[in-house]
Design a protein around this ligand. Structure first.
Ligand code: MLC
Ligand code: AMP
Length: 492
């Protein structure tokens, strides 16, 4: 039985969640999730690891469904609420989801597909009242969640985390960042990735705090809540800080003073999921009086490295290993111990995921022989602090905090009948970290707006290229391989 649902009992009468539909206590969360568990079980005693997908807007219903799946012994598969059907279908097929929960606003996207493909749909809009019976006892080594992440393979891989992984990932942040029952935070991040799921919602509800949700990020909505004087913790990706800073630039001097007073009162402000530019960290300090706490993580491992809650938060550095997480830097032959020598970050500990779903070979390949997880991120040490220098694969792009695979995007683009070949790269960008760009070789003329619309039906918006360049051919090296660095240069 997951720690989080057990802990919730201790805070039963307290407010847990505030979302656009209302305020909800921990008791309501427990009751609703118990109902969902029975709805999934349909009289069985245990789901025994069946995958239950859900396309539910961030808020009370999302958490109730997630806890319901866990209480019933299922594996939670959260779906991105902005995915086109093709991307949703990939996840549903790959996990062989048996049941899917669909929020009212997404019925038009998914209900027909579920019915046609033998997946039992549950509509959030249809109330359900079950007789409350006993629920299975779930050991912590059982799989709890599958999140999809893009990597060096073309199609996204499902990352299977156990209950023990998730509990540890939350516990180590609660300890390191001193989460408290009195904390109140806001979630505007998508809930198909760990940043929102573990760091924001999971930690907040594990300590009996209040988690507010806004359905979609906007600078106005987030500033509105930041200035309420009610929040204590704020976590976001660098792109969000960049956007908030741009918005703040338009404020009057009096408004800026007011903003400073309100933000200064926060207990903690965190940035992660992509490199935090030093300029953003410094400007946010002017705006709020806070040195943002930058940390480093990954879907497969939760958080691994963090600047200290107390102590120096070093700009441009991601900090020191979190409690209980082992981190090493590996060179070509041996572990690197000296400062300023680059190596791959490798991780060991109870935070590390169990396996890639149905990909035994990829799972084996991502671990060293002595069982360290290979992140593919390159860093060096600088007086005890890790500094991320880049990634070992040029095909991985981070845009707006999302990890994208150039290979996946290329494969989709190549399916267009007018495209002979293409090469996708990430270009450095102040706001998004990187933006997706593509060099196209066409068979016949093609309106780029037509291609863009075609791609939006097949890829989520954040994977669709922002820059296009048409060329006669792609640059290749002596081995005939497309040289991505030359592709990048074409855009400069
Ligand atoms: C959107 N736009 C982009 C873009 N995404 N432009 C360039 N690159 C991108 N990636 C453009 C759209 O075309 C549109 O422009 C405008 O921005 C608004 O689009 P939107 O879809 O409404 O975007 P918005 O809601 O503003 O999204 C920005 C965001 C979002 C930063 C809130 O990207 C986000 O939620 N990112 C967080 C992802 C996350 O949680 N990652 C964590 C992964 S876990 P126009 O011109 O059409 O209006 C992980 C591990 C760890 O990484 O360590 O945490
Ligand atoms: P994801 O696979 O979506 O979980 O993304 C994980 C990747 O995000 C890591 O492998 C890093 O490349 C990147 N990342 C996360 N946090 C940071 C950070 N603070 N600085 C630089 N890169 C980061």
């Amino acid at each position: 039985m997951p720690l989080i649902t057990k802990k919730a009992l201790a805070f039963a009468g307290k407010t847990a969640i505030i979302d656009p539909k209302g305020n909800y206590t921990y008791q309501q969360l427990i009751d609703a999730s118990t109902q969902w568990a029975h709805r999934f079980l349909k009289g069985q005693s245990d789901l025994n690891g069946a995958r239950i997908a859900f396309m539910v807007s961030p808020g009370f219903d999302y958490v109730a469904v997630q806890w319901g799946i866990w209480q019933a012994g299922g594996v939670a598969v959260p779906l991105c609420v902005t995915y086109p059907l093709a991307s949703l279908a990939y996840v549903l097929e790959d996990t062989a989801a048996e049941q899917v929960v669909i929020d009212a606003e997404f019925e038009y996207v998914l209900l027909n597909y579920a019915n046609e493909n033998g997946i039992i749909p549950h509509l959030v809009s249809k109330p359900f009242l079950a007789e409350v019976l006993s629920l299975p006892s779930i050991s912590s080594d059982r799989p709890a969640m599958i999140l999809y992440t893009s990597g060096t393979t073309s199609l996204p891989k499902g990352v299977v985390s156990t209950h023990a992984n998730i509990d540890f990932q939350m516990e180590c942040l609660i300890q390191a960042w001193e989460w408290k029952e009195t904390d109140r935070t806001i979630c505007m991040l998508p809930l198909h990735h760990i940043h929102g799921i573990i760091n924001v919602v999971g930690c907040s509800l594990s300590v009996g705090g209040i988690c507010e949700f806004i359905p979609k990020f906007s600078e106005e909505a987030v500033f509105g809540r930041l200035l309420s004087g009610e929040l204590t913790v704020f976590m976001a990706v660098p792109t969000i800080y960049f956007k908030l800073i741009s918005h703040w630039d338009s404020f009057s001097e009096d408004q800026k003073q007011f903003v400073f007073q309100k933000l200064k009162a926060f207990r903690l402000m965190v940035s992660g999921s992509a490199a935090l530019p030093v300029s953003v960290m410094e400007k946010w300090h002017v705006i709020s009086g806070h040195w943002l706490l930058e940390r480093y993580g990954m879907t497969e491992i939760g958080m691994a490295i963090s600047n200290p809650f107390h102590g120096v938060r070093k700009p441009g550095h991601v900090g020191i290993p979190l409690p209980g997480v082992q981190v090493r830097l590996m060179g070509d032959e041996e572990e690197i111990k000296e400062d300023l020598v680059p190596g791959e970050i490798q991780i060991k500990g109870p935070n590390v995921f169990q396996a890639y779903w149905n990909k035994a070979q990829a799972t084996v390949e991502t671990f060293t022989e002595d069982a360290w997880f290979k992140t593919g991120d390159v860093a060096h040490l600088d007086q005890g602090y890790f500094k991320i220098l880049g990634r070992s694969s040029v095909d991985i792009i981070k845009s707006g905090g999302y990890k994208l695979s150039a290979l996946e995007i290329e494969e989709v683009i190549r399916q267009h009948p007018n495209v002979a070949d293409c090469g996708v790269v990430g270009l450095a960008d102040d706001e998004w970290g990187e933006i997706v760009a593509v060099v196209l070789v066409l068979t016949t003329d093609l309106e780029l707006s037509v291609l863009n619309t075609w791609l939006r039906e097949r890829l989520p918006g954040y994977k669709v290229p922002r820059k296009y360049l048409i060329q006669e051919e792609l640059p290749r090296n002596a081995m005939g391989k497309v040289t991505k660095n030359d592709l990048k240069l074409m855009f400069s």
